[in-house]
Ligand binder design. Sequence first.
Ligand code: MLT
Length: 391
Amino acid sequence: MDDGKCKVLVYDNISETGLEHLSKDRYQVNADTGDPDAILLRSRNMQEMKINSSLKAVGRAGAGVNNIPVQRLSEAGIPVFNTPGANANAVKELVVAGLLLSCRNVIQAWQYTESLAGTPEEISAAVEIGKKKYAGSELPGRTLGIIGLGAIGRSVADTALQLGMRVIGHDPMLTVEGAWQLPTEVARASSVAEVLANADFITFHVPLTDDTRYMINEHTIRAIRPGASLLNFARAGIVEDSAVAKALSTGSLHAYTTDFPSPELIGTPGVIALPHLGASTVEAEENCARMVVEQIRDFLENGNIRNSVNFPAVMLPRGTSYRVVVTNANVPNMLGQISTAMAQGGLNIHDMINQSRNTLAYTVVDTDSPIAPDMVARLQAIDGVLHARIV
Ligand code: MLT
């Protein structure tokens, strides 16, 4: 921030509708810089990124953060933000499209029609053959299994019910808030296996983690109801492509609609593969960009934290113009040491909030008088403090 402006490095296609909220007098956006204050991105793989000492925040315009080294950033005291729900409708719509494409055999039928040639009579005859060959089934009365009942899973559940489907869902991480927002008609399964055994369509809406990697593999796929269809608009790696290709070839799976093509899947009969289009709508891109920019701004300008995947939620309306924020290890006596250092610096605390999440704690302190710049060094000298910043 040498010229007083925050440097925001932007990767991927982040909508201008969001970026324009980073005012030019305060932010240098997409600066060709090795020392960004914040990074905004979508799917770019940052796992091997070098964490520069200037970095204060990473914002993911989207839900998944498997492309971001969250653990290393946490250890460096840097919050990672995402935008849960901002693209839920876009993904939901593509899931619904996937349901219809697979149950009506639309892609195969379209490819068949594209290949037709001949006289009008010959084409009419071929149409009659296709009509029998690609006859499908309807959605009402069919069961949709949903693995993961976050914002997207809930939205899918809602629409599936409106389409007359039965819905069974499983999510071991379901929050109380999330459960309240779930339609009461959704049957709660106690395990993934219960969903697999009871659904005609199974859709995944979980992040890619060590627990969800290859959730569908050559063993678990055997639990799926014969003739069922899978939809994966969550992440590559949740479904093992080789297991799916095999199940499609034997007919035990009817179709696999996925946003994550791989050499094994491309051209395989029964696979409908798209180029990661789930969140790629104008509306979703704008929603995600606006949300992530607002959150990053509020963090850089006020130290507040909303929708972080590794930090606690912390919101403190400004009580005075003088504020310092501190990230520290979640161990005893940190608050005592922080407030002692501030008292020794002649500061009276006006208001403060401290929240923790796993191994991290975060404190926002408003003081009655200006905070001298050397207070940052004093706070950072405390054993366990990872980061301190005057905002
Ligand atoms: C997500 O995780 O929400 C999507 O991958 C967003 C995107 O396509 O960038």
